[in-house]
Each structure stands twice: as C-alpha cells, then as structure tokens.
Design a protein around this ligand. Structure first.
Ligand code: HEC
Ligand code: HEC
Ligand code: HEC
Ligand code: HEC
Ligand code: HEC
Ligand code: HEC
Length: 494
C-alpha cells in the first residue's frame, strides 16, 4: 500500500495546523540564523540571548502545539460525522514514498540539530554573567556593579552561585523560576535579603579555585585614612594578616584559616538567622575535643537552642562579600584620595563629598543632580571641577543604589571589625567556655601591626617585626580597648 496522501494531509489541512507549520518553519529559520550570528560573536546585547534561546524556542513550540491541536480537532470532527481516520501506512517499496521519507528524515535531523544546539546555547546563556546580571537590570544592579569592580570580575556568577553538577543546576533553575515570578509581579525585597540561606556550601564552589591547602603565611595589608580635621591629615596602618594555613604539608597550620582546617568543625547559632549576633558556638578541634562557647550576656535555654538552626562555619561566614563589595563613604573617599583620583587641593572635599553621597535620594538621577549642583556651589571656577564631579558620580554609581535601597549598611561585611562586628561577633572576650576559655580579641591574634602613624603609605615605615601596640589615630582615652569598634565607627564621619 502507498502512503495515502489525501489521508495524511487530512490531519493537517486546516487553518490552525497551517498557521502552526508556518510558525515552526519561520521560527526555526530565524532562530538558526540568529544563533549562528550570536555564536560567531555578532551580538552583545543580553536581550538578544533572551530572544534567541528562550523567546524563539517558545514560539516554535507554540507552532508545534498549534499543528497538533489542528490535527486533533480535525480527527474529532471526522469521528463525530462518522468518518474513520486510520493512521497512514508507509510502503518503502514505493520509490516516491522512500524519497519523501528520506527528505523528511533529513529535515527532522536538521530541526533536531538546530534545537539541540539551541538547547546547549540556552544552557550556557542562562549560566552567563549577562543573563544573571543584566536581564533584570534594576534588581541585580547593586550585585552586578559591585561584582564588576571586584577581584572576581572574571569569575561567572554561576561559579559561586551554582557550581558544578546536575543537582544544583536543577535547584538553581527552579529557584530561578521563582525569581522570574517575583520580578514580574514585583514581589522581591528591596534590598534583596542577605544572607542567602540556601547558598551552596562554599567547599563546593570557592574551593574549586581556592583550596585550603593553598593558604599559608601572612599577607601584608595597608590602610590610609584621611582624618576628619581641616587638613584631612593622612594616617597609615600597615599590618601582616596572619592568614595561616590548613595543611601541615604546606606550612604551619593555624592562624585565621584555622577555622577551615579539614579536621576542625565549628557550628554556631545566630539570632534571626542573620549571622550577626552569635550567642552559641561549638568547636570540635583537631584533637577531637569539643568545646562550647556561650555569650555571657545572651545565654540560651536548652529548648531555645535545640529549636535553632546550627550552621557549619565555612568561607562565607567571614568572606560574605568576596565580590559584592559595597563600600562605606569613609572607605570610598579614603580609597579615591589614596589613589589620587580626588585632588586634595579642593578644601574639605572629603567631608563635602561624603555629605553629598549619604544624602537620601530616590533615584540615581536625583543624586547626580544634587552632586552636580552641590560641588558647583562649593568650588565654582576652580580647575579640575568637571573631573571632580565625574569622580564623585562614579563613586556614587558604584556604591549607592537608591532604586534598590542599597548602600553599605544593607550588606554588612564580616571581614574585619571596624564598621561591622565581623570577627568580633565571636572574638569579643565575652564568649566563654565552661572551663573559662575565651574567644580572644587580643589585637595580635589575627594581625601584627608593623607600621602606623601620620602620612601616606609611602611615608610610614616604622617597621617592627615584633609588632606594635595599636595607636588609635584620635585620642579616645583607650576606649578602643574595651568597646567594639563598630559602636562608634559606622562608615561615616562622627
Ligand atoms: C566569588 C563568588 C561570587 C560571584 C562570582 C558572584 N557572587 Fe553573588 N554572592 C556571593 C556571596 C558569597 C553572596 C552572599 C552570601 C551570603 O551572605 O549569604 C552573594 C550574594 C548575592 C546576592 C544576594 C544579595 C546580596 O547582595 O547579598 C545576589 C542577588 C547575587 N549574589 C547575585 C550575583 C550576580 C548577579 C553575580 C554575577 C554578576 C554574582 N552574584 C556573582 C558570591 C558570588
Ligand atoms: C573560578 C575561580 C574562583 C572562584 C570559584 C572563587 N574565586 Fe576567589 N578569587 C579568584 C581569583 C582569580 C582571584 C584574584 C586572585 C588575585 O588577585 O590574586 C580571587 C580572589 C579572592 C580573594 C582575595 C581578594 C582580594 O581582595 O585580594 C578572596 C578573599 C576570595 N577570592 C574569596 C573567594 C570566595 C569566598 C569564594 C567563594 C564564594 C571564591 N573566592 C570563589 C578565583 C575564584
Ligand atoms: C575566620 C574567617 C575566615 C574564614 C572562615 C575564611 N577566611 Fe579567607 N581570609 C580571612 C581573612 C581575615 C583574610 C585576610 C585578608 C584580608 O584581610 O582581607 C583571608 C584571606 C583569604 C584569601 C586571600 C589570601 C591572600 O594570600 O591574599 C583568600 C583567597 C581566601 N581568604 C579564601 C578563603 C576561602 C576559599 C575560604 C573557605 C575555604 C576562607 N578563605 C575561609 C578570613 C577567613
Ligand atoms: C562563629 C564564631 C567565630 C567567628 C565569626 C570568627 N572566629 Fe576566629 N575563632 C573562633 C573560635 C571558636 C576559635 C578557637 C578559640 C580557641 O579554642 O582557642 C577561633 C580562633 C581563631 C584564631 C586562632 C587560631 C589558631 O591558630 O589557633 C584566629 C587567628 C582567628 N580565630 C581569626 C578570626 C578572624 C580573622 C575572624 C574574622 C574574619 C574570625 N576569627 C571570626 C570562632 C570564630
Ligand atoms: C579575630 C581576629 C582579629 C582580632 C582579635 C583583631 N583584629 Fe583587627 N582586623 C582583623 C581583620 C581580619 C582585619 C582586616 C579587615 C579587612 O581585610 O578589611 C582587621 C583590620 C584592622 C584594622 C584596619 C581596619 C579597617 O578596616 O580600616 C585595624 C586598625 C585593626 N584591625 C585594629 C585592631 C585592634 C586595635 C585590635 C585589638 C583590639 C584588633 N584589630 C583585633 C582581625 C582581627
Ligand atoms: C569611643 C568611640 C570609638 C571606639 C570604640 C573606636 N574608635 Fe576609632 N575613632 C573614633 C573617633 C572619634 C575617630 C576620629 C575620626 C572620626 O571622627 O571618624 C576615630 C578614628 C579612627 C581611625 C582613623 C580614621 C577613620 O577613618 O576612621 C581608625 C583607623 C580607627 N578609629 C580605628 C578604630 C578601631 C580599629 C577600633 C576598635 C579596636 C576603634 N577605632 C574604636 C572613635 C572610636
């Protein structure tokens, strides 16, 4: 028997199926051409990816759906009026049928290849920095902008947020669907909440590039501050950070990275899951000994404790802002002055600049207008004013996001202890074990000050290998010895 043309066509000879077929042909052709242009590097717009790898495939699927719908309606109609519609039979002895069969196979293969390639690129596209950072431009702006200015600017978002393997890929796509919903219906928080409770354990992401064995020794860090007096006098502190290590084969074990030693387990609970107030810590040391430290002022009862989530400490408990660094006004102004981006000849620029930055604005445009006017009022006619305005705007753009209600206060950075509690969340001499051991806040536990005093980094060299006692740049009667630094320091001048 030969293929019954009339019968085969019967299924699809209706307007719905024909429109469907046209959509499939047009979509496949357009998608293939655009994909070739995209893969050969011709497109740089994130929305192009959205259209090629999501819009067009959805369009083609719609076409296929219409074709089938048309066929289904036809069969139903024919059944109703009593027509039999058996499926067409195929006879390969008929050369015409064979030819048609081969042509159909080739077309089907081309279609499958195109969709396969499309699928592959769709996968890469949804993992790309453009997709994560640029599509939902307004929502992701703070994270994306800070990321671009960070040491990880060449590491993709997916490296830290998804990592390798199928399980997390699926989880990420599912939570991605929810995120699309919350953006479409404006259900997301401004600012986006932190910490991310279901972030993949750092061991499976950060360790792809930084594995604990690699850490050893100390690293030199230097800070220059411009004191809030009339002359903006610089003051520099240089210290060796005792980063330490986790593997005896590579150097002494201990120091700051002791916490992530393979044989050390640290679990803790935090109030409201925010990881900022930590009343209870359990340490299993390298020798297997378990020690529990409790905050003397905030003791939890057994019931409270058993109801709370215990978090295993990892990289993110200190490096929670390895890449989304949004800096305080103090720090951005100091950094810009240290780098010579802001000229100190503008009198009081540190304070005036900061005042303009921290003002409450509703939009970036409003802020830019105020910065423009504020600086012109102050420094009209001075040389280099245009450059100064551009610089302060850049600082604003990189660290303040009024549309998302984000600035340095939204995302406390746990490294250090000056403007957030950071290490002092535990290291405050107030977390004590049953046998009286404290988690120490000894100024030499984590770093050794090797030089400090007035002047910029190039001028301050009192190098002392034994370490210097900290000298607080402003005389505050030794209050820094007892109080937490962040009780006074908030990132803006006092
Ligand atoms: C080097 C690793 C790394 C890279 C690369 C990275 N992130 Fe993150 N991201 C983090 C960490 C760590 C957090 C904070 C986790 C926490 O505190 O729970 C975070 C938090 C976030 C948050 C939650 C809000 C916040 O600021 O805490 C968003 C949104 C986000 N990242 C988006 C992105 C986007 C978009 C990209 C790419 C443009 C990206 N991330 C690249 C590590 C990374
Ligand atoms: C795909 C590789 C990759 C991944 C994944 C990665 N990093 Fe990095 N990280 C880098 C590179 C590259 C640098 C820059 C190295 C340099 O400048 O010496 C860096 C630098 C750093 C630094 C030093 C930053 C500085 O200011 O000098 C820290 C801290 C850091 N990463 C922490 C993390 C944490 C925490 C994670 C996981 C959330 C992570 N990294 C994930 C590649 C990676
Ligand atoms: C107890 C807090 C803490 C934990 C946990 C921690 N780090 Fe660090 N790490 C630090 C501090 C502090 C520094 C010193 C650098 C600084 O002052 O910015 C540092 C330095 C680094 C550096 C830069 C080293 C260099 O030579 O410049 C990298 C990279 C890094 N850490 C990655 C990691 C990774 C990956 C993990 C998890 C496996 C981790 N850290 C866990 C506190 C921590
Ligand atoms: C969740 C609580 C917690 C946080 C947060 C924390 N630590 Fe610790 N740290 C501990 C505990 C517990 C010990 C061990 C105390 C003991 O038993 O002597 C310790 C010990 C140390 C040691 C001594 C390690 C050794 O060689 O024996 C250093 C250095 C250190 N921490 C640095 C830091 C730094 C730097 C930060 C902030 C970036 C930090 N810690 C944040 C809990 C914490
Ligand atoms: C538990 C570890 C730890 C202890 C204890 C500690 N520090 Fe620090 N300190 C750090 C870390 C980590 C940083 C680096 C922050 C960074 O990389 O931005 C830091 C940074 C600093 C800075 C530069 C601050 C900045 O951000 O501008 C000063 C000053 C300082 N420490 C002084 C002290 C003094 C004084 C003490 C004793 C009261 C002390 N530290 C105790 C871990 C510690
Ligand atoms: C009782 C309040 C108080 C405490 C506690 C305190 N400081 Fe300060 N600090 C000041 C004042 C006031 C200044 C003067 C500069 C200013 O107004 O910003 C200052 C200035 C500084 C400066 C130089 C200027 C700048 O950019 O901030 C550093 C560095 C500093 N403090 C570090 C610390 C550290 C580290 C600690 C904790 C160990 C600490 N301070 C604790 C009040 C305090």
């Amino acid at each position: 028997m030969t293929i019954d043309k009339s019968r085969f066509r019967i299924f699809f000879a209706n307007w719905i199926s024909i429109i469907g077929l046209l959509i499939v042909c047009f979509g496949t052709l357009l998608g293939t051409v655009l994909m070739i242009v995209d893969v050969s590097g011709g497109m740089h717009n994130p929305y192009a990816g959205l259209i090629i790898y999501m819009g067009i495939p959805a369009f083609v699927l719609l076409g296929v759906g219409l074709m089938l719908l048309g066929a289904f309606l036809t069969i139903r109609k024919r059944r109703k009026i009593g027509h039999e519609t058996p499926l067409p039979a195929v006879d390969f002895n008929d050369p015409k049928v064979l030819r048609r069969f081969i042509i159909s196979c080739v077309l089907a293969l081309a279609f499958i290849t195109a969709t396969g390639m499309g699928g592959y690129h769709a996968f890469h596209f949804t993992e790309s920095v453009e997709f994560c950072g640029e599509i939902c431009h307004e929502v992701m702006e703070p994270e994306y902008v800070a990321y671009q200015n960070s040491p990880h600017a060449n590491v993709s978002c997916a490296h830290c947020h998804i990592g390798p393997g199928a399980e997390w890929f699926v989880k990420a796509k599912l939570s991605g669907l929810y995120q699309v919903y919350s953006v479409l219906f404006d259900k997301y928080h401004r600012p986006i909440e932190t910490p991310i409770h279901n972030l993949r354990p750092a061991k499976e992401t950060c360790n792809e590039c930084h594995w604990p064995r690699k850490f050893f020794g100390s690293v030199l860090r230097s800070w220059t501050y411009y004191l809030p007096n009339e002359t903006s006098e610089p003051w520099t502190i240089k210290m060796l950070m005792k980063v330490g290590g986790g593997d005896p084969a590579y150097g002494p074990v201990g120091g700051i990275h002791w916490h992530i030693n393979e044989d050390v387990e640290i679990d803790y609970v935090s109030m409201d899951g925010k990881r900022e107030e930590i009343p209870w810590i359990r340490v299993k040391g390298r020798d297997g000994k378990v020690t529990i430290y409790e905050d003397k002022k905030n003791k939890l009862s057994e019931e409270e404790l058993s109801a709370m989530h215990k978090r295993r400490m990892d990289c993110i408990d200190c490096h929670n802002r390895p890449t989304h660094r949004i800096m305080s006004p103090n720090k951005v102004m100091d950094t810009a002055m240290t780098r010579g981006l802001i000229d100190e000849k503008f009198t009081d620029i540190r304070i005036i600049g900061m005042d303009l930055l921290v003002e409450e604005y509703k939009t970036q445009a409003e802020a830019f207008k105020a910065i423009d006017e504020g600086l012109r009022d102050e420094y009209e006619g001075e040389d280099g004013l245009e450059g100064l305005i551009a610089q302060i705007k850049t600082i604003y753009r990189n660290n303040f996001f009024p549309e998302m209600k984000v600035d340095w206060r939204s995302y406390p950075d746990h490294i250090g202890h000056k403007i957030t509690a950071g290490c002092f969340r535990c290291h405050d001499d107030k977390h004590v074990s049953k046998d009286g051991k404290k988690i120490s806040r000894d100024c030499n536990l984590c770093h050794t000050i090797i030089a400090q005093g007035p002047g910029e980094a190039k001028d301050v060299h009192q190098i002392s290998s034994g370490g210097l006692e900290f000298k607080h740049p402003e005389d505050i009667d030794g209050e820094w010895k007892e109080g937490k630094c962040d009780e006074c320091h908030e990132g803006v001048p006092m």
